[in-house]
Ligand binder design. Structure first.
Ligand code: PLP
Length: 388
């Protein structure tokens, strides 16, 4: 028996160090990382700007608590609000916590309007986290299994179906719509180009908050700071985490307009949230993405992967669709393909399979063409082998 709980299924490898898109295991073998720790290490591993920021801050101060002003937290909030079109920020330590804050904002927003039984519309195939409220909002039965009683107050409808949301227009208990602009865990599901715009219009009409979970799709990965920015949609509440500090734990819930001041003094909090160390790392990440044009690179490399995969495997019957926006990349096969993860590992490539049959690629934003070529080559060969 191991000393760890058995909640994770781990691959038989352990990494010692990394550089850029590459990782080395404890036997010295070198791997190409096409997953970035699940969309976390957008700047790859051991990025000098992030390391430098962490070292500098570690020598100054790690933590004081939110009983006091925290200068790097204020700087990061100002920067994120400018990039995301929002007015206020609440910092926490993970994606699930950011969504908990968003859910609390929606409920308190309803409460302030006299709604005591608030409901939030959520989507089939959604993933919002593993805490009780966020798993209750998640559209995947397996994640909820055995954890009843769940948190009430979520109405689940099909993804990419505006009419299904519109059907609740007369329900006076609805306070918000919560949606991923691109579903990550759900299988890199990309909705119609006008889906979010239509949800925005519905929310405006019904006085609902639009909450976008950009925990996987945000921080440049889609080729914009937020995936919702491709369609020019401004959400009321936006959650970010994964890629924000390149591996230092952080989450943030951003709020705009009428959502910005819903949480008053004493209504919410986090001991670690927004500590100087995490905020300095996040500031370095944002700076580096900007100064190196990494969003443009994510767009270009996404297009490059798409072109390469289309040429190599696009015509195979076994390949259902190739879906992508920047470096959120999914190849859906006709049959389950979970075993490709360990087969790729044998070829020294890190990939993921989600939603049973979708190969998910989330490489660092600084991926270059020769690295993209290796991904195309190895994954295409695995698919060809898989379908024989
Ligand atoms: C990963 C993820 C979460 C949960 O984030 P944690 O940091 O694991 O709590 C929530 N929403 C989306 C879209 C995610 O991809």
């Amino acid at each position: 028996m191991t000393s760890l709980m058995s909640n994770y299924t781990r691959l038989p490898v352990s990494f010692r160090h990394g550089k850029g898109c590459w990782l080395w295991d404890d036997a010295g073998n070198k791997y190409l990382d096409a997953l970035s720790g699940i969309a976390v290490c957008g700047l790859g591993h051991a990025h000098p700007a992030v390391s430098q920021a962490i070292k500098e801050q570690a020598d100054l101060l790690l933590h004081t608590s939110n009983l006091y002003n925290i200068e790097p937290q204020l700087q990061l909030a100002t920067k994120l609000n400018a990039l995301c079109g929002t007015d206020t920020a609440f910092f926490c330590n993970s994606g699930a916590e950011a969504n908990e804050a968003a859910i609390k904002i929606a409920r308190r927003y309803g409460h302030d309007r006299g709604i005591s039984n608030a409901k939030i519309i959520v989507m089939d195939g959604a993933f919002h986290g593993r805490t009780l409220a966020t798993l209750s909002a998640t559209g995947n039965a397996k994640i909820k299994e055995g954890f009843a009683p769940l948190v009430e107050g979520f109405i689940q409808v099909p993804y990419n179906d505006v009419d299904a949301v519109m059907a609740y227009s007369d329900n006076a208990d609805v306070v918000a719509v919560m949606v991923e602009p691109i579903q990550g865990e759900g299988g890199i599901n990309i909705p119609d180009a006008d889906y979010l715009q239509k949800l925005r219009a519905l929310c405006n009409k019904n006085n609902w908050l639009l909450i976008t979970d950009e925990i996987q799709s945000g921080i440049g990965r889609s080729g914009q700071w937020l995936a919702a920015q491709h369609g020019g949609v401004q959400a009321d509440v936006i959650t970010l985490a994964k890629g924000l500090a390149n591996g230092v734990p952080i989450g943030v819930c951003l709020a705009h307009g009428k959502a910005a001041k819903v949480l008053g003094p004493g209504s919410h909090g986090s001991t670690f949230g927004g500590n100087p160390l995490a905020c300095r790392a996040a500031l370095a990440v944002i700076d580096t993405i900007n100064s190196n044009d990494l969003m443009a690179n994510a767009t270009a490399m996404g297009d490059y992967l798409y072109k390469g995969f289309t040429q190599r495997i696009g015509q195979l019957d076994a390949v259902k669709t190739i879906r992508y926006q920047g470096l959120l990349f999914g190849i859906e096969l006709e049959s389950p393909c979970g075993e490709l993860v360990s087969k790729a590992l044998e070829k020294r490539l890190l990939i993921n399979v989600t939603a049973t049959s979708v190969i998910r690629l989330l490489p660092p934003l600084l991926l270059d063409q020769s690295e993209a070529d290796m991904i195309i080559d190895i994954v295409s060969n695995l698919i060809i082998e898989h379908t024989k």
